[in-house]
Ligand binder design. Structure first.
Ligand code: FES
Length: 292
């Protein structure tokens, strides 16, 4: 964080608010712009034709709670974007402007982060987000087939659901967004599917279809590991750092978090007394080659 940036959230309602120095030429170009691409470049102190009133007082309060958790205010952007998704089910232009205002960033800076991470959705998501791992190991063990068949199940054989498309009206009960993702760090339990980032291990086409059918009926199947299922928006609230009632947090903490397969290597090493060699205190670093 540069020393010129504010440490604390900025009151966007305050007419004295100034986020970052505006480039005058850029501002003039953008004052009349209404498209997404031009708004992305607008400095936040310019009046923007974007209504952020969807973010009520409670959301503003939560956003401001996030900021002091980090040494630099801009570090609060990732959880704040999750907070925005918990409200809207995606990152809208209003969400980008909201974060920029709260953190004293430009909308271009916020957009750059939003478009970099696939966890930030650019269109409204369903009540549940189903992520199918199609990275090498899962794909070879059936992940590709699971993704293809779920697309057909949630759409139709003629028009299967595509990446980040939703069956049902986004946000309504039983709506499901489908995506394929790369390695979910559970290769020993491949092929893996997540619902709202909770694991359903060792899936088959049949078990995955059963899973999405249950979600479409409004049920909440129990994950193989991890916290009890909630909606994707509630998960987003948790990723923003807010767990609601203490029982919710306790249930997540108490839920199983490991698997027999994952522990096999550790147990074998323990039985045989194997240990990783200790890290030497003074490991010499290799020389840095001269730049030509
Ligand atoms: S390849 Fe699917 S979890 Fe690693």
């Amino acid at each position: 964080m540069s020393s010129a940036e504010p440490e604390h959230p900025v009151d966007s309602a305050n007419p004295a608010f100034r986020a970052r120095p505006a480039d005058a030429a850029q501002a003039a170009d953008q004052a009349s712009g209404e498209t997404l691409s031009t708004l992305q470049d607008a400095p936040v102190e310019q009046p923007l034709p974007v209504d952020t009133s969807v973010f009520d007082e409670q959301t503003v309060r939560l956003a401001r709670e996030i900021v002091p958790r980090y040494p630099g205010s801009r570090s609060a952007l990732l959880p704040m974007l999750h907070l925005v998704q918990s409200v809207q089910g995606h990152i809208s232009q209003a969400g980008i402007v909201f974060c920029a205002q709260q953190l004293g960033l430009t909308t271009a800076q916020v957009s750059a982060v939003v478009t970099f991470y696939s966890m930030y959705k650019r269109k409204p998501s369903g009540e549940h987000l189903v992520s199918v791992c199609t990275n090498a190991l899962c794909a070879a063990l059936g992940g590709d087939e699971i993704y293809a068949r779920l697309g057909e199940r949630l759409g139709s054989a003629e028009a299967p659901l595509g990446q980040e498309e939703t069956a049902g009206e986004p946000g309504t009960p039983g709506s499901v967004t489908l995506e394929h993702v790369e390695c979910l760090a559970a290769c020993d339990l491949a092929p893996v599917v997540q619902v709202n980032y909770e694991y359903f291990d060792k899936q088959t086409v049949e078990s995955a279809i059963e899973l999405v059918d249950a979600l479409r009926r409004g049920e909440r199947p129990v994950p193989t590991r991890g916290a009890p299922l909630t909606s994707w928006r509630d998960t987003e609230m948790q990723l923003a750092g807010f767990f609601g009632e203490p029982e919710v947090l306790q249930a997540a903490v108490d839920a199983p978090s490991t698997s027999e397969e994952t522990m096999v290597g550790a147990r074998l090493a323990e039985r045989r007394g194997w240990q990783a060699p200790p890290m030497p205190d003074d490991s010499p670093l290799p020389p840095v080659p001269d730049k030509k």
